[in-house]
Design a binder for this molecule. Structure first.
Ligand SMILES: Nc1nc2c(ncn2[C@@H]2O[C@H](COP(=O)(O)OP(=O)(O)O)[C@@H](O)[C@H]2O)c(=O)[nH]1
Ligand SMILES: Nc1ncnc2c1ncn2[C@@H]1O[C@H](COP(=O)(O)OP(=O)(O)O)[C@@H](O)[C@H]1O
Length: 227
């Protein structure tokens, strides 16, 4: 039996580039544990925890949560995933966060969704999510079977407050200033794997092929055109 080392991966890209959409496909095919900082923060906001209340004031303004809070939250969660392959989504988003992560564990690969800003703006206003699971829909790209309802649970879908056009602009600015340097950080380490395009369905087969060199496909069928 071949024992593979555990894979520690990060998915990056501007808001709306398709990180959540691609992450769910990766999870389906490769069985990795998915840890999304945005989903965790929204869960905390919904439960009105101390972190949630603090996070809301930043998220509503399209600003990043301070590094120390975010790092503590994520590294704490990662401790429970020590024996799994994992995929981090939305973290690290600053060089300070990337350095803190490096001190705890070695990242093996960073998947960068290189999607132009013009493509993104209109996607986000059509985004609907199922908060409890993090499942993401889009009125044009991936509509739910019944409008406004989650396919799996039948629960209502909601729009994110921070998907308003003015907040989206601020989030894209924060990405430019604070998160793009993280791409350089990983590029210098030789870990960055960029995938450019404007459509998730065209980018995905390349990501699938790349990950397939590292992990077996654990989904029902090893499909030739994986979705
Ligand atoms: N039109 C279109 N929408 C997409 C595509 N890929 C993802 N989306 C939608 O764009 C929105 C943002 O995607 P999401 O995966 O949430 O991006 P994230 O913010 O990077 O996690 C969601 O509503 C997706 O359903 C695509 O190729 N075309
Ligand atoms: N690693 C992080 N550091 C600081 N703030 C974060 C981090 N992850 C998420 N956030 C906050 O949560 C918001 C939503 O994050 P996320 O769901 O990942 O959005 P998107 O994928 O659309 O960029 C961000 O705009 C930011 O305010």
């Amino acid at each position: 039996m071949v024992v593979r080392p555990l894979l520690r991966a990060v998915i990056m890209g501007p808001p709306g580039s398709g990180k959540g959409t691609v992450a769910s496909r990766i999870i389906k095919h490769f069985g990795m544990k998915h840890l999304s900082s945005g989903d965790m923060l929204r869960d905390n906001m919904q439960k009105k925890t101390e972190v949630g209340t603090l996070a809301k004031s930043y998220i509503d303004e399209g600003r990043l949560i301070p590094d120390d809070i975010m790092t503590q939250l994520m590294l704490n969660e990662l401790k429970h995933l020590a024996e799994y392959n994992w995929l981090l989504d939305g973290f690290p988003r600053t060089v300070a966060q990337a350095e803190a992560l490096d001190k705890e564990c070695q990242v093996d690969t960073v998947i960068d969704l290189d999607v132009p800003f013009e493509t993104i703006q209109c996607r986000l206003t059509a985004r609907w999510i199922h908060p409890a699971s993090g499942r993401v829909y889009n009125l044009e790209f991936s509509p739910p079977k019944v409008q406004g309802i989650d396919d799996i649970t039948g629960e209502p879908l909601v729009q994110r407050d921070d998907d308003k056009p003015e907040t989206v602009t601020k989030r894209l600015q924060a990405y430019d200033v604070q998160t793009k340097p993280v791409l350089d950080y990983y590029r210098k380490k030789g870990l960055l794997k960029s995938f450019s395009g404007t459509e998730t369905n065209k980018i995905w087969p390349h990501i699938y092929a790349f990950l397939r060199t590292k992990l077996p496909d654990v989904s029902q069928k090893d499909a030739t055109t994986p979705r």
